[in-house]
Write a protein that binds this ligand. Structure first.
Ligand SMILES: Nc1ncnc2c1ncn2[C@@H]1O[C@H](COP(=O)(O)OP(=O)(O)OP(=O)(O)O)[C@@H](O)[C@H]1O
Length: 238
């Protein structure tokens, strides 16, 4: 399902968190929203999820302005843990299945195996990285038209990360889903991306098709990101 931001601005107090952001996300593509700490990545995702509203501009999910109604179409993996410590892994999966009609229990079972999660372990017994894997299971098990992943690989060790990045693609329904991944760990997610978007101080300063970037400019996403950010910093400094 397509997502569209038109001239969106968001202020916290006097500070702009997003300034005149316009972006279109198409069905069947994976987008990387890339930027340093505090650049506005999470704010953008929260707006698409309907958790934060813009001061001006419009956010649409599937041609409908964001509301409580559109939020059911959005699966959102947040940076924060939203778990009940006394629940087991299996309890969490069952709970999600009752909350979301698009939750796919068969997919969840496959993912639990893939992520090597034990069903009977209590949340409070899990390490940070294991909780991170559970968050991925819960988000990817939803057949939601829009999938938002905020720093999905934080806390995962490099070995696990590589295999998870590779397996992620097989759990995405490209006929239905639009996927947006916010991260500053660009190297890790590069193999997943169709489009890369750079956000800096609340403004979009670049967008590229990843294949074109590689073939026509011979650049990796990370190299291009560094160049783009460096040029912008030079411009800002005079
Ligand atoms: N609830 C809030 N109240 C006040 N300021 C906020 C709030 N949420 C975000 N901000 C500010 O908005 C700006 C953008 O924050 P945001 O969390 O979107 O950045 P980010 O790119 O996701 O950063 P990170 O990589 O650190 O997660 C920052 O300057 C931040 O301090």
């Amino acid at each position: 399902m397509a997502v569209k931001l038109s001239n969106v601005s968001k202020k916290y107090g006097k500070e702009f968190s997003l300034k005149n952001v316009s972006l279109t996300f198409e069905t069947g593509k994976i987008y990387g929203l890339l930027g340093p700490n505090g650049s506005g990545k999470s704010t953008t995702l929260k707006m698409i999820a309907g958790l934060v509203y813009p001061n001006s501009g419009k956010v649409e999910v599937g041609n409908e302005e964001v509301s409580r109604k559109t939020s059911k179409n959005v699966a959102y993996l947040t940076e924060l843990d939203m778990f009940y410590p006394g629940f087991t892994v299996a309890n969490m999966v069952d709970y999600y299945a009752t909350q979301f009609t698009d939750f796919d229990l068969v997919k969840a079972e496959e993912l639990l195996k893939e992520m090597k999660l034990e069903r009977e372990k209590k949340i409070k017994q899990l390490s940070k990285g294991t909780r991170g894997r559970l968050k991925l299971v819960l988000a990817l098990s939803r057949n939601a038209p829009v999938l938002l992943l905020d720093e999905p690989f934080s806390g995962l060790d490099p070995m696990v990360r590589d295999s998870i990045v590779k397996s992620l693609l097989s759990y995405i329904n490209f006929d239905l889903q639009t996927v947006i991944i916010a991260t500053h760990e660009i190297d890790e997610i590069e193999p997943l991306l169709d489009e890369a978007i750079v956000i800096f101080h609340g403004k979009i300063i670049g967008q590229k098709n990843v294949e074109e970037l590689r073939e026509e400019e011979g650049l990796s996403v990370l190299d291009w990101f560094k160049d783009t950010a460096k040029n912008m910093e030079a411009k800002m400094n005079g």
